[in-house]
Write a protein that binds this ligand. Structure first.
Ligand SMILES: [Mg+2]
Length: 196
């Protein structure tokens, strides 16, 4: 089987990590509740920043956000390692900017993620991910953004959405609440597909 994974907010908890960095940087002790209730991917609003200010702060903080100790979602690393060990192909497809691609790969390897150089894609726009996913003919693809998963409607790849506060309304993909459910989830869909 071919499995594709987005990285940020799918495998690793990047936004929450960034939110904590913002609290420190801006010296504003906002409650975590204001993070958990966010209805959009961007995190600057609770800090009283405009979209433009938020974009600037994100870009200026990117280095710290990407390459410090961003937590991996519980169970994600083991899931990927187990899939790899079982002989499946693991692809990573991230829209992180091109100049961060190789360093991101190094960072992920340091965390223990199994990565083959020719199965790691970066630097595309969200709406360009489908070209790679389609070309690779992935069996499954996991992402947190409805805008990405929506583009996969007409291809054979089974979309899976990593549950987040801003994507609750999206119902056209199987929802992954916790990584420990992943194996069970795809095994179930395998049986279902075999029956068809
Ligand atoms: Mg993402």
């Amino acid at each position: 089987m071919k499995f594709g994974f987005d990285i940020d907010d799918t495998l690793i908890n990047l936004r929450e990590h960034a939110f904590l960095i913002y609290r420190e940087k801006l010296n504003m002790q906002l409650p975590m509740e204001s993070f958990y209730s966010l209805q959009r991917v961007e995190i600057h609003e609770p800090f009283g920043l405009t979209d433009e200010e938020g974009k600037k702060l994100w870009e200026n903080t990117l280095e710290t956000i990407y390459y410090t100790d961003c937590p991996i979602f519980p169970g994600a690393l083991k899931t990927i390692q187990d899939l790899k060990y079982s002989g499946h192909d693991i692809y990573y497809i991230t829209a992180r900017p091109h100049k961060h691609g190789e360093r991101t790969k190094v960072w992920l390897r340091e965390q223990g993620f199994p990565i083959e150089d020719d199965k790691f894609y970066y630097g595309m726009k969200d709406n360009e991910k489908i070209n790679i996913i389609h070309q690779l003919n992935l069996d499954y693809y996991v992402d947190d953004k409805p805008t990405v998963l929506r583009t996969l409607k007409n291809i054979d790849t089974t979309p899976i959405i990593k549950d987040q506060s801003y994507n609750k309304e999206y119902r056209e993909a199987t929802r992954l609440f916790h990584w420990s459910e992943f194996k069970h989830m795809y095994e179930k869909s395998l049986k279902h597909n075999r029956k068809r």
